[in-house]
Ligand binder design. Structure first.
Ligand code: AMP
Length: 371
């Protein structure tokens, strides 16, 4: 399953999976069958969007039934008749039959009005209507919907038969149109990979807030705050600051930027529990990490880079090879596994971190643009 997909010019995020759809269909089938008993209904799918739903629905239906499909076509009539709606493809005799319309989605209900108008004129026994998806927030019509599969907020969705301008019908799962949500990116890589340098450039390009936990700790140490005094004990040795302290600090900083368009997290998360805390924290805000973008650089290059940086950075942890080695040890034992964490969510993007600053920025931008 892909987290984000692109159809034409738009991006869509994973919204809900086939398992949920299957459960909803089982429940719909059960309700319809309980109501109709041994009667042989005629199920009518409204094309195009309902074809997958109808196929799965009738596969589950436990007793005899008939199925057919129609398409609703609108054309301009005469001046007096205005727009005329017509069902295309209905050749069955429905006299005295129980008809169950199967719709993929009902939002405003405009299509539903037309369906009712047309079926009201036919000599059927009764009309029922089942829809897989329903948007209660936008449905304004006083018309009955007998069976509802899944109610969703007013979001534009594709997949499982539903399309965006012709595409997306083949997707097994449902995806929602990405609107102006935050862009939250974890910039990842071992110490010295160039995360800080790149984040400083990218934050301006994408108007994001750059949060470097290392920088925040260093500021606190400089200002001799309580947090700084604690953090220093760990940082000077090249050890990680404990999760509980780091996570709380991170949340505080994020919460201070209420109108941010998004964040570049640099140096956070560094442990699985930090990553889990971040996901939970963002989910509570209706946000998420869009991706982890990792600068991949061979380690021998990095030690040399850090020692070089240590000549001017003034950072105690940049100066002794022993401390630097310990930072790599922390990275390999606690942090590197986060690659798997984000990969499992299809959110890992590895970038070659060897090259000029400009070259690497360019590579990063290609990934950032996808979010
Ligand atoms: P950095 O500037 O990202 O290389 O971080 C420098 C040091 O700050 C690290 O070696 C840790 O001691 C501490 N630190 C920064 N971020 C974290 C974090 N997310 N979790 C624990 N310690 C951190």
């Amino acid at each position: 399953m892909k987290q984000t997909i692109k159809l034409h010019d738009k991006f869509f995020n994973y919204y809900l999976g086939k398992e949920k759809i299957d459960l909803a269909i089982q429940s719909l089938v059960q309700q319809v069958h309980d109501d109709l008993g041994d009667e042989i209904p005629v199920f009518i799918g409204i094309l195009n969007g309902s074809f997958m739903f109808v196929a799965d629905f009738i596969r589950e239906y436990p007793s005899d039934c008939e199925v057919t499909f129609v398409k609703l076509a609108s054309y301009e009539g005469t001046k007096s008749t205005g727009v005329v709606n017509e069902l295309v493809g209905l050749s069955e005799d429905l006299t005295d039959r129980t008809v169950v319309i199967l719709e993929d989605i009902i939002d405003t209900g405009n299509t539903l009005v037309k369906i009712y108008e047309i079926f009201d004129k036919l000599p059927i026994k009764q009309l029922r209507l089942a829809t897989l998806f329903f948007k209660p927030e936008v449905f304004k019509k006083a018309l009955p919907i007998d069976y509802i599969g899944i109610s969703i907020p007013d979001r534009f969705i594709v997949g499982y038969g539903l399309d965006y301008d012709g595409l997306g019908r083949n997707l097994k799962d449902i995806y929602e149109l990405k609107t102006n949500r935050m862009k939250n990116i974890v910039l990842f890589g071992p110490p010295g990979a160039g995360k800080g340098t790149q984040a400083n450039i990218l934050k301006d390009t994408y108007k994001l807030i750059h949060i470097s936990t290392g920088d925040i700790f260093r500021d606190n140490i400089k200002n001799n705050t309580e947090l700084g005094i604690i953090a220093k004990r760990f940082m000077d040795k090249g050890d990680l600051v404990p999760d509980s302290i780091t996570i709380e600090m991170l949340k505080d900083v994020v919460n201070k930027h209420r109108t941010a368009k998004g964040f570049i997290f640099d140096g956070f998360p560094r442990t699985t529990s930090q990553a889990e805390a971040l996901d939970k924290f963002l989910a509570e805000k209706g946000e998420q990490i869009n991706g982890m973008v990792a600068l991949e650089v061979p380690q021998d290059l990095l030690v040399a880079r850090i020692l070089e940086r240590g000549k001017t950075s003034g950072r105690p942890d940049d100066q002794k090879e022993k401390k630097i080695r310990n930072r790599f040890n922390e990275y390999h034992t606690k942090t590197e596994i986060l690659k798997d964490y984000y990969q499992a969510q299809n959110k890992y993007f590895g970038i070659n971190g060897v090259g000029t600053i400009e070259e690497i920025t360019q590579r990063l931008k290609e990934v950032f643009d996808k979010f």
